[in-house]
Design a protein around this ligand. Structure first.
Ligand SMILES: [Zn+2]
Length: 194
């Protein structure tokens, strides 16, 4: 094996490990790495201490449009596009960094990460397939995940116009998430945890 292919192999293994640690399903690993399925299953078992769960990946764009998932998906996707466009990060490296930053952001607001890693990956694939778009809220100017080709001239996001069942505490917490969205122009913070 040449040095070059050895290096590539090591990068593939590292990518698989990063993804498994963040909660990736087997289908994500099979799509994004060139490692064999048997190898990926072995890696998965070593890292998670169990066999990879079976079952289909979530395939509907609708989940990303429902209220709370939409706020989380939008936060994640804004971080991802900034890393891609402004920092020139390569696709999968931007994806992993963005996912870690998203989890940090949510946890620092005492909330739970509603968007799992496999969902986040599906989200990116939906954008790449032009099934989703970012629409700008006409009130807070934050950019939110919306169905592709949906009219956006009078778009109002789920934080500015929350469903009536959303409680006060929840609303306050989400207002903080909106601020985080609006504050995207600053470079992403350095990772606080190893
Ligand atoms: Zn808004």
């Amino acid at each position: 094996m040449s040095e070059k292919s050895l290096l590539k192999e090591l990068q593939q293994v590292q990518l698989a490990i990063d993804l498994i640690e963040l909660g990736a399903r087997l289908q994500v690993l099979e799509t994004e790495t060139e490692l064999s399925r048997a190898r990926l299953v072995r890696l998965f078992k070593e890292i998670r201490g169990m066999s990879p769960p079976k079952g289909m990946l979530p395939f509907s764009t609708d989940w990303f449009i429902t209220w709370m998932p939409n706020i989380h998906s939008s936060l994640f996707y804004n971080i991802y596009t900034r890393l891609r466009e402004d920092h020139g990060c390569e696709r999968m490296s931007a994806f992993i960094k963005a996912y870690r930053l998203y989890v940090e952001q949510v946890e620092s607001n005492d909330a739970e990460a509603v968007l799992g890693l496999t969902r986040a990956w599906t989200l990116i694939r939906f954008f790449e397939s032009d099934l989703l778009q970012l629409s700008t809220c006409t009130r807070c100017t934050g950019r939110f995940v919306a169905h592709a080709h949906s009219p956006s001239h009078d778009y109002v996001c789920g934080i500015c116009q929350p469903p009536s069942r959303a409680g006060k505490t929840r609303r306050r917490r989400d207002a903080e998430t909106t601020e985080a969205l609006a504050c995207q122009p600053s470079p992403p913070p350095a990772r606080r945890r190893a």
